[in-house]
Design a protein around this ligand. Structure first.
Ligand code: COA
Ligand code: MG
Length: 292
C-alpha cells in the first residue's frame, strides 16, 4: 500500500493544457486558466529551427512563475533527436515538476531519463507518452522502469497513425490501447491521461469524448485550447451525488462500528471497510479540487 503522501494518483489532473514552447501569449494567458496542469511543449508543436529558442523561452517563463498551484510539466524532444538531452537538463533546472517523454518504445528510455535526473540531483518526476505500438505492448515494463515515473499520457495522434487505424468517435479502434493503459497504470499506481481532442471548436464531440474517458477510468484529459478546460474539469470531477453518497457510506459504517459491527447496511447494500476507504479517497479528491 502506498501512503497518501506517496500516492502518485491523488493529485487532480483533470485538465492538462499544452502550449507550444514558442507561444508567449499562451504562456501568459495560462496564468488565468482554471486548468490543473500546464504542459510546455518543446516537441511536435515547435519547428526544428525554433527548438533552442523555445527551450530558453520555456525555462524563462517557468522561472518567472505566476502559475499558482497548477502543475508545471515540460514535454521534451526524444533522446534520439539533437535536442533531447539539453531539453531534459534545462527542464530539470527550470523547476518544472515533471518532464514528459515522447514516443517512448522501451523501458530503457525511461530508465535512462531517470538516471540523468538522478545524476542531476533534481526532484523532477517523469511522465511518459503512450503513443507507440511497442510502448503500449511494453507498458508494464515501462511502468516499472524507474521510481520517478508517475503518469501515462495517451498520444492517439501518433498511435493511430502507426496502427493505420481511424480513431474517430467512438474510438473503437483505440479501445484496446486506452483500456490497457488504464489497467497498467492502475496496476503500477500511476496516473493516466486521455488523449487530446484536436477539433477544439466542437464542444459536443469534446464533451462526449471526455465522458468516454472518465468512464474508462482516466484521471483527466490532455487539452490544446483554453475553451476545453471547463468541460474537462466537469467531466473528471466527482459528481456531487457521488460525494454525498460517500459521506453517507462513512456515516453508516461509523454507526455500525459504534455498535461493534464490522459491516454496515446502507439502502439494502452491504458496506465494508474497503467501501469506506474508497469513499474517503473520493472525498479527499473532491476537497483537493474545491480548495483551489
Ligand atoms: N494555451 C493557452 N492559451 C491559448 C492556447 C493554449 N494552448 N491556445 C490558444 N490560446 C489563447 C490564444 O492566445 C487566444 O488568446 P487571446 O484571445 O487572449 O489572444 C485565445 O486563447 C483564443 O485562441 P484562438 O484564436 O481560438 O486559437 P488560435 O487559432 O490562436 O490557436 C491552436 C489554435 C490550436 C494553434 C492553439 O490553440 C495551440 O497552439 N494549441 C496547442 C497546440 C499544442 O501545444 N500541441 C502539442 C500537443 S498535441
Ligand atoms: Mg505525439
Amino acid at each position: 500500500m502506498t501512503s497518501p503522501a506517496e500516492d502518485k494518483t491523488a493529485r487532480p489532473r483533470r485538465s492538462c493544457l499544452y502550449m507550444p514552447g514558442t507561444n508567449t501569449r499562451a504562456h501568459d494567458k495560462a496564468r488565468e486558466l482554471a486548468c490543473d496542469v500546464l504542459i510546455f511543449d518543446l516537441e511536435d508543436s515547435v519547428a526544428p529551427d525554433a527548438k533552442q529558442a523555445a527551450r530558453e523561452q520555456v525555462v524563462a517563463r517557468i522561472n518567472a512563475g505566476g502559475y499558482g498551484r497548477r502543475e508545471i510539466v515540460v514535454r521534451v524532444n526524444h533522446a534520439d533527436t539533437p535536442w533531447g538531452d539539453a531539453d531534459i537538463a534545462a527542464a530539470a533546472r527550470s523547476g518544472a515538476q515533471a518532464i514528459l517523454l515522447p514516443k517512448v518504445t522501451t523501458a530503457a528510455e525511461i530508465a535512462a531519463a531517470g538516471k540523468v535526473l538522478d545524476g542531476l540531483g533534481a526532484g523532477t518526476r517523469l511522465w511518459t507518452m503512450m503513443e507507440t505500438a511497442r510502448g503500449v505492448l511494453d507498458a508494464p515494463a515501462i511502468a516499472a522502469a524507474h521510481p520517478r515515473l508517475e503518469l501515462f499520457a495517451m498520444g492517439l495522434e501518433d498511435f493511430a497513425k502507426e496502427l493505420h487505424a481511424d480513431k474517430r468517435a467512438p474510438r473503437t479502434s483505440m479501445l484496446y490501447a486506452l483500456e490497457r493503459s488504464v489497467l497498467v497504470a492502475r496496476a503500477y499506481g500511476l496516473s493516466v491521461l486521455d488523449g487530446v481532442y484536436p477539433a477544439f471548436s466542437d464542444d459536443e464531440g469534446f464533451a462526449a469524448e471526455c465522458a468516454q474517458g472518465a468512464m474508462l477510468g482516466f484521471d483527466g484529459k490532455q487539452l490544446i485550447h483554453p475553451r476545453q478546460v471547463s468541460a474537462a474539469n466537469a467531466a473528471f470531477s466527482p459528481a456531487a451525488e457521488a460525494v454525498a453518497e460517500a459521506r453517507r457510506i462513512i456515516a453508516a459504517y461509523d454507526d455500525a462500528r459504534a455498535r461493534g459491527d464490522g459491516v454496515a447496511v446502507l439502502d439494502g447494500r452491504m458496506v465494508e471497510a474497503l467501501h469506506v476507504a474508497e469513499a474517503r479517497a473520493l472525498i479527499a479528491f473532491a476537497d483537493a479540487i474545491t480548495s483551489d
